[in-house]
Design a protein around this ligand. Structure first.
Ligand code: SF4
Length: 306
C-alpha cells in the first residue's frame, strides 16, 4: 500500500494540474434547476479514513520531497519561507472551531456513507458523496445521499437506475444533470475495471469522469486512509489567500494546494481541510466575513478589507 501511495503521490506531484469534470464557480451558488446549463467544481468535505475492516483509523503519509524541502536539507543558508504568524493564526482557528458545530462537522463526507455495508461499498458511497458535493451545500448533499442509500446504494444499483430517476433522486444538488452523466460513467468504469470498488491511487481517481483533485485527495484520505496531499476547495483557497498563507496570491484551488504544500508541515495536511472549511462556513464567510468576532482580526492582513 505504501509503495502504491508513494507512486501515486509522485504522479500527482508531476501532473496534478489536470482538471477533471467540473470548473470552479466560487461559493454560495445554488443548484441549477432542470433545463439550465451546468458547470461545476469540487465541493468540500472533511475527512477521516475508512479502514477495510474498520478496526482502526490511521492516516499514512506517502510523499515525494518537494524541491523546497530538498533545498532545506542541503543548503544551510536557505531559510524556508513560511507565513508570518501562521502558528498563532492556526491556533486561533482551532479555538474558534473547537465546538465542531459547522455543517461540515455534522454532514461531511465521513457522515454520508453507510458504515454497515461492505468496505468496498462504503468506499463507493464516499466517492459518490464527493461527486455530489461539488457546488452543493452539505445539507443538500446529505439529503441526496440519504435518498440514494434508501434504495441500496451500490455500483450495480446506480447502473440499473435510469438517468431520469437518478436525476430526480439527486436533485437539487448543483449541476445535477452533469453529475448524473458522470456518476453513470464512473460507476460503469468501477464495475468493469475495479470489481465495484474505487481505485486506490490518486492518478486513477482523477482519471474517473467527474472526479477532480480535491475529491481524489479526500477519497484517498477517507476511503483508503492515505494522506496524499492537501484537499483544497473554495473555502481553503479563499482563507489561505486572506491570511496570506501562500507566498503570492493564488488564482485557483490547485495553485493554492501547491503553495500550501510547500511550507505547511505534513502532519497538518489531513487536518487543514475540515478545519478551514468549517471556519469558512461559520466565520470567514465568502462575502461578509465576521472579522469583528474573529480571533485572527489583529493578525489577519485582510481584516481591514471588509
Ligand atoms: S479577520 Fe476576517 S478575513 Fe481575516 S481570517 Fe478572520 S474572518 Fe477571515
Amino acid at each position: 500500500m505504501k509503495a502504491a501511495a508513494a507512486a501515486a503521490a509522485r504522479m500527482v506531484t508531476r501532473s496534478q494540474s489536470r482538471a477533471t469534470g467540473f470548473g470552479s464557480l466560487g461559493n454560495g451558488e445554488e443548484p441549477v434547476p432542470p433545463g439550465n446549463g451546468e458547470v461545476a467544481s469540487e465541493g468540500r468535505k472533511n475527512h477521516r479514513p475508512i479502514k477495510r475492516q474498520r478496526k482502526a483509523q490511521r492516516l499514512h503519509v506517502a510523499y515525494e520531497d518537494s524541491d523546497a524541502e530538498k533545498s532545506k536539507g542541503t543548503d544551510p543558508l536557505v531559510t524556508a519561507w513560511e507565513p508570518q504568524d501562521w502558528k498563532q493564526q492556526l491556533a486561533n482557528i482551532r479555538t474558534m472551531r473547537s465546538r465542531k458545530d459547522a455543517p461540515v462537522d455534522q454532514l461531511g463526507v465521513e457522515h454520508c456513507y453507510d458504515p454497515s455495508v461492505p468496505p468496498k461499498v462504503q468506499r463507493y458511497q464516499v466517492l459518490l458523496s464527493l461527486m455530489l458535493s461539488s457546488q452543493t451545500k452539505d445539507q443538500v448533499t446529505a439529503g441526496a445521499m440519504q435518498r440514494l442509500r434508501a434504495r441500496g446504494l451500490t455500483v450495480d444499483s446506480i447502473l440499473q437506475t435510469d438517468d431520469k430517476t437518478l436525476g430526480e433522486l439527486i436533485y437539487p444538488v448543483g449541476f445535477w444533470r452533469s453529475k448524473v452523466k458522470f456518476i453513470k460513467q464512473t460507476s460503469a468504469i468501477l464495475q468493469q475495471r475495479y470489481n465495484g470498488d474505487i481505485p486506490a491511487s490518486l492518478a486513477e481517481l482523477v482519471a474517473l469522469p467527474g472526479v477532480g483533485p480535491k475529491m481524489a485527495y479526500l477519497a484517498m484520505a477517507v476511503a483508503w486512509g492515505t494522506v496524499s496531499g492537501i484537499a483544497v476547495d473554495t473555502h481553503v483557497h479563499r482563507i489561505a489567500n486572506r491570511l496570506r498563507w501562500t507566498k503570492k496570491m493564488t488564482k485557483s484551488p490547485e495553485e493554492t494546494r501547491v503553495a500550501l504544500e510547500e511550507w505547511l508541515p505534513r502532519e497538518l495536511w489531513s487536518e487543514i481541510n475540515g478545519l478551514l472549511v468549517g471556519f469558512g462556513q461559520q466565520i470567514c464567510l465568502p462575502i461578509h466575513p465576521r472579522c469583528q468576532t474573529c480571533l485572527n482580526q489583529a493578525l489577519c492582513p485582510s481584516a481591514q478589507s471588509f
